[in-house]
Design a protein around this ligand. Structure first.
Ligand code: PGA
Length: 265
């Protein structure tokens, strides 16, 4: 069954509100005709409001980069699902490897944030991925399986089917080292098989799995051309409108769409 391509730009800690607005103003006309892929930008919290405004009446959707598990309360520095929802956010990235690496994120906190996102009516993009050391010691599959089992604990099959996962090998993030399309496909296929074991074949056929880690305009077509790769979570290449738009169009081409400037298919 056809899964719609989803390409999300993770701006990380880049772009003030005015810079973010300038980026989406440049991006909107470049992707205005794209109907074969969902296009999402994920700005930092303080930039979200202005970007939501700037994306109104366009096909560019807005996501956040994190969410707290509580609805409100004494959690200095955190942001709740209700706050994101009211700000006009549709997607939320959960468990990015930088959060796991620098901010103590674990599969248990990923799971708590995931439940909060679903409760708030936000669409989660749950990140998983192995480090270089884990890959080199042959533990990739065991690591991913644990991240899936524990991070997605308690989901029912119908909800699991709506999920977006992002497989991001940590060694490929921001390093310029991309997994080859074949290597990425092999791991995506493993993720889908594990997902099927956890939530059934139907949910696994419907859930979308993005690849992330040095995806650029020039490798997007080959990556998304793989049968289990349904789009990308993009860091560096999402910070400029033209490179991001080219990447989106090449991803559409990879999925068998036209990818030209004009017809949107
Ligand atoms: P990158 O980042 O595209 O700059 O490698 C991807 C990510 O961290 O989501």
């Amino acid at each position: 069954m056809a899964r719609k391509v989803i390409v999300a730009g993770n701006w990380k800690m880049n772009k003030t509100a005015s810079e973010g607005v300038a980026l989406v103003r440049a991006l909107k006309p470049l992707v205005a005709d794209v109907t074969a892929a969902e296009v999402v930008v994920c700005p930092p919290f303080t930039t979200i409001g202005a970007v939501v405004e700037a994306c109104r009446n366009s096909n560019v959707k807005v996501g956040a980069q994190n969410i707290h598990w509580a609805e409100s309360g004494a959690f200095t520095g955190e942001i709740s699902g209700t706050m994101l929802k009211e700000a006009g956010v549709e997607y939320v990235i959960i468990g990015h490897s930088e959060r796991r690496q620098y901010f103590g994120e674990t599969d248990a906190t990923v799971n708590a944030r995931l439940m909060a996102a679903l409760k708030a009516g936000l669409k989660p993009i749950v990140c998983i991925g192995e480090t270089l050391e884990e890959r080199e010691s042959g533990r990739t599959e065991a690591v991913l399986e644990t991240q899936l089992k524990d991070g997605l604990k308690g989901l029912d099959a119908a909800t699991a089917a709506t999920l977006v996962l992002a497989y991001e090998p940590v060694w490929a993030i921001g390093t310029g080292k991309t997994a080859t399309p074949e290597m990425a496909q092999e791991t995506h296929a493993f993720i889908r098989r594990t997902f099927a074991m956890l939530f059934g074949a139907d949910a696994a056929a419907k859930a979308r799995i993005q690849y992330g880690g040095s995806m650029k305009a020039d490798n997007a077509e080959a990556l998304v051309g793989q049968s289990d790769i349904d789009g990308g979570l993009i860091g560096g290449a999402a910070l400029k409108a033209d490179s991001f738009a080219d990447l989106v169009k090449n991803a559409v081409k990879g999925a068998g769409g036209c990818g030209c400037c004009c017809c949107g298919r």
